[in-house]
Design a protein around this ligand. Sequence first.
Ligand code: GUN
Length: 282
Amino acid sequence: MAATRIDGKALAAKLKEQVREEAAALPRKPGLAVILVGDDPASRVYVTSKRKDCEECGFYSEEYALPAGTTQKSLLELVEELNGRENIDGILVQLPLPKGLDEREVLLAIDPAKDVDCFHPYNVGQLTIGAPVFQPCTPGGVMEMLQEYHIDPAGKRCVVLGRSNIVGKPMALLLLHANGTVAVCHSKTPDLKELAASADILVSAVGRTGLVTADMVKEGAVVIDVAMNRNEAGKLCGDVCFEEAAEKAAYITPVPGGVGPMTRAMLMKNTLTAAKLHQGVK
Ligand code: GUN
């Protein structure tokens, strides 16, 4: 059986169009500030694409490219300044921060009502109790994909590979809230292969090319590949051996063109949510 390819690019375009229409009806344009510290090339690419997304959605955007030597104090001052700005609804600090900067303190400084990444402990708490203000972008994007393809996690065995704060943990929470039975696997999980092979919905967010082989995919499973790796040839790829996994899966996401565009679209959706919140629009 050949799997259905989940088209993240098309769904993201649809979602951004909806966001653009809703944003156009607001009294004031949604505004997003993106802070990039240092010169990590991958982060640079992400930040540039966020600016493009803002233009497409009709948002106001500001970009702060700070040198790697930026002090904690000046970064916190910038966050504080943006917290107080009326034309800025969302603040995103691109991670990882260069060594020497305290990521946790920076994320804690962002006004939770402007925390469009859903990284502030207040928003993580709201998410944990099932009352999120913002959706964590990547896991939220995955849930949108499942919904679009009428895949209901209720009663399904869901296995998440990876336990990061950005993807693995919030992904597990969203699947749990959708009534899935969830296992989270990590580097100390002894039977990771067997657990993966038991999954109705398998989400891989590890960052290791070739990790998910066909023997780890159950016949008829849904396979979601969150990773963005580069192979030896420098080509963008995920964790999943796509061709062989697609032979067994019912649904599968490609890399690129799968989860990546959905993450970006969810950031736009969260910025719209923040703008509505700030403008008292339901
Ligand atoms: N670095 C990798 N993914 C993300 C993300 O979703 N948000 C931010 N701020 N940094 C990241």
